[in-house]
Design a binder for this molecule. Sequence first.
Ligand SMILES: Cc1ncc(COP(=O)(O)O)c(C=O)c1O
Length: 427
Amino acid sequence: MSHFSIKNGALCAEDHPLTHIATEFGTPTYVYSKAAISRNYLSYANACLENGRTSQTALVCYSVKSNSNLAVLHLLSQLGSGFDIVSSGELLRVIAAGGDPKKVIFSGVGKTGDEMRLALSHGIACFNVESISELHRLSEVASEMNATASISLRVNPNVDAKTHPYISTGLKENKFGVAIEDALDIYRIAANLPGISIVGIDCHIGSQLLDDAPLLESLDKLIELIDVLAVEGIVIHHLDIGGGIGIDYEAEVPVTVSDYLNRLFRKIDAWRAEKYQGAPIKVLFEPGRSIVGNAGVLLTRVEYLKPGSEKNFAIVDAAMNDLMRPAMYQAWHGVEPVVLRDGEETIWDIVGPVCESGDWLARARALCIEEGDLLAIRSAGAYGMTMSSNYNTRGRAAEVMVDGNESHLVRQRETPEQLFALEKILP
Ligand SMILES: Cc1ncc(COP(=O)(O)O)c(C=O)c1O
């Protein structure tokens, strides 16, 4: 769904699939491509296979936070994916979508006792522990339940991911993980805590990485630590390198998944051959954006054109509450009319109806548009719907998944009544 190479007249407005979707389901609507999501997932799974891995020695744990619609989770679980979650809500989504809790890993700096209990009761694969306090809490909770929590320590390798500061997570100044210098001591503590079984090590250094060098540098640091732990008798069974591979929003050229995985597995294989007589270590990935980001668009309609002396505004029916990324990260999203018009282009800021000057979706775009036209905001499949809100009592957008020639509504548009159904006035 991310290519719109329609030339004037090649398709008329009524013929375009997005026009049909807008007519049937209204706007704003997120539209996802089943084929694109599958293709992107398979780029990971196939690279694992090509590097001699099986489902026992490599697992893609899709990062649920990037797009948690049940239809997306169901599709990925059918393809064999595991899941990386950051809340009990995400765990329940995975289960509701038919995902296997035994392929779930639980990341996040603030897991509550209740969330730990729920995850333990479903037998998830691993908790990615992010602090010593969390480790103690997990030990207590698991012991109370007579359960054992499999853990990996999220290590902060202090590597610069060279991405937007808000989506960089692997530096000392970030709140995530434990400092790599402290990891050995924390593993020693974990090894002696009741209810805790050490199974892995993990890191996630940031998102929208275009180059894999920082990821491979992190891998080197994890390898060094695994060797030190082995000397202490602490055996690490899996190595989780996190997510982070970027996508093309504007004209970026991210490393391909296969090039990255080939380089990563080559390093791992050489290390295992040298130090462990070739004994394999299971490798986990936590990709989100690279699987769904370019598999979705946000479909919106131009409500009003408001030319001005300083700027021209195209006011559309989608807003910052639907797609937060521009307001939050100054993120750039491509904007394309669903049907191109003949005529002169004008420079427009694409803005929503929300009462904030920060409510913009794109700035200074040369477009030939009229009121009523449909626009596709591109690359909106990741961190789009999942970051949306009800600000201004705006119902969340509908979501549609395209499967071949068919379009399926996979989430209804919220009604205003649903938004205040849980509220009460004083007696
Ligand atoms: C712990 C963790 N794993 C995986 C991801 C997914 O990252 P990405 O969407 O860049 O692949 C994130 C995203 O922030 C994360 O925080």
